[in-house]
Design a protein around this ligand. Structure first.
Ligand SMILES: [Zn+2]
Ligand SMILES: [Zn+2]
Length: 156
């Protein structure tokens, strides 16, 4: 591909992502001061937009394979129905793009969700971290010696 076309593509993706980021900065996600419930809904909408648009900035397209934060949506009800998290395919792309460890990412996301009472999301991120640790321990024993998912579970 000619480099100017490549840059044009990058520019278009970045522009679309910036439009999405506008949602975060405006009140389009609702009024978080209305109630605790509304605060959590606004927070989830803001995070979803942030995750989705960051995916676009990293050259990820809309996900059509699974229920995923990278699914495209045409209206609020549709985007509210999408999960906060990425599907395994998109997660793999993200981890490759930013060279991050999925277990550490899930643990940090779990802590964030716990702090903000996003219970379903916290449980999802905690279980995801545990599942990856279990697979890693099965394939490479002693590769993650400091991780004790059972002990963490007892804290809840
Ligand atoms: Zn999109
Ligand atoms: Zn996906």
């Amino acid at each position: 591909m000619h480099s100017s076309w490549k840059w044009a593509g990058t520019f278009i993706i970045a522009s679309v992502a910036l439009l999405g980021m506008f949602k975060i900065c405006s009140r389009i996600n609702g009024d978080p001061s209305e109630s605790e419930k509304m605060f959590r809904l606004c927070l989830k909408r803001t995070i979803k937009t942030g995750v989705h648009e960051t995916g676009h900035i990293l050259s990820m397209f809309h996900c059509i394979e699974n229920e995923c934060c990278m699914n495209g949506s045409n209206h609020r009800l549709e985007s509210d129905s999408h999960p906060l998290w990425l599907c395994p395919v998109c997660l793999r792309k993200l981890c490759y793009a930013v060279q991050t460890d999925p277990v550490q990412r899930f643990e940090k996301l779990g802590q964030f969700c716990k702090k903000h009472s996003l219970k379903n999301e916290e449980a999802f991120f905690r279980k995801s971290a545990e599942a990856i640790i279990k697979v890693k321990e099965g394939g490479h024993k002693h590769s993650i010696p400091s991780q004790k998912p059972d002990a963490e579970e007892n804290l809840n």
